[in-house]
Design a protein around this ligand. Sequence first.
Ligand code: GLN
Length: 534
Amino acid sequence: MTKYVFVTGGVVSGLGKGITASSLALLLKSRGYKVFMQKFDPYFNVDPGTMNPIQHGEVFVTYDGCETDLDLGHYERFIDEELNYTSNITSGKIYSSVIEKERHGDYLGATVQLVPHITNEIKNKVYEAGITSKADIVITEIGGTVGDIESQAFIESLRQIQYEKGTSDTCFVHTTLIPYIIGSNELKTKPTQNSVKDLQNMGIRPNFLVCRTPFETSDSIKEKLSLFCNLPKSNIIDCVDAKNIYEIPLNLHKQKIDELILKQFNLKENKANLKDWCDLINRMDNLKDEVDIALVGKYVELHDAYLSVAESLRHAGYKYHTKVNIHWINSEFLEKENINLKEVFKNIQGILVPGGFGNRGINGKIKAIEFARINNIPFLGICLGMQLAVIEFAKDVCGILDANSTEFDPLCKEAVIDLMSNQKTVINMGGTLRLGNYNCTIKKNTLAYKDYKEEHIKERHRHRYEFNNKYMDILESKGMVFSGINEESNLVEIIEIPKHKHFIACQFHPEFKSRPTRPHPLFDSFIKSSIDNK
Ligand code: GLN
């Protein structure tokens, strides 16, 4: 019998609901339970794949090829489990599925309505996650803030689940804010009281409050919240601002939230095994060295647009007891005519060009790649970063002056990067990229092989364009090595330049598989070389 934890948010957005949900999952897993996670997003896009990263942050891709909310990246990094298509459900998905069923005749005779058709569809998605994952506990985060019009159908569905399953199988954790008012110098509970009232008006009585606060709240605050919000003092948990998100599970554990949830579920409170996590925190608190990495992208004003890449760099740093300072460099800025690249990259030990779409800022990224190649600075290119590394090499080393990608110039003469053949008939933009896991075979005696130490790997993808194999011979003859190939489609997955200290780029997104306690091999070796480059 699967138990269900629902994490809602009140007062304001951006409280770290996703981190709370991930932390609970980590803690329950550490007590020996199989945990699965899921997020509901109230927007009408079917998935975030078509949204601008500046609005929404990065798109996280699951192994089975779902484009999902960036919170799923937190989930995977915290619980170290691979999530799937049942893990991110949007209003867009729910409504289109109900309308499809209506057209198919599944509801023949009925008037199709918000209740029960939409709410049943939502409930089914919760239960489906439980059934397919076979988890003991499913944790579902509801995007947005309680009281938003958009999320009401989700909240109503959860109310029904609470009624159907009862409190020993469902648990509601409401995350809220306790603001500190300068002047009166007090922590204030009223916004929390109001948001719990909103939730109660919709028929849900939260079992726990996780209160985001700048410092520990007092007994009297908890007493007040307990009285007005109708729950025991022990179930009011402080979530004090932390310097590092990975500390939060331990902070919540100290206040026994995991133990109390298991009690509510009548599940055994096995001892928590948090040794690896404590070691990680210890490592993070005792970093001995620093390394400076340039991340050259076009959405650098919103760091969330490169969230998993930044996390992966830091994970590799933890392994070497090194703090990774990320220098966010706007690629358009590098396009200025008399820019002095030596000055820009003066104190930089490694250059990374991440994924991206479209024309803007392309030449700045190519300039950064050229600079890394010529000056023997460790370089890691990801997806678009690999495609641009190929264009740069074709132009500057092989003399193919018109080398380009058909993404930027559909009529270009020398398309070293071209639309994949099966993409040529694609009409819809949403969900049609090459997505999720594909095999890659790694050549021996290459940097890639040295990093992975195995011949057959699987990595997650998100792209429409690919290396044009017509140019393989000429690039190879000038010193580029194609060290990773997808044999099923004969598609280049990894390139490298052995003459260079550390120059490697991949068509896939390694950042989705890095974990704080287990950095991804490509990030690991990139950071190691950058440290050695100091
Ligand atoms: N725009 C490129 C493509 O679609 C690269 C995509 C990416 O970097 N994720 O192939």
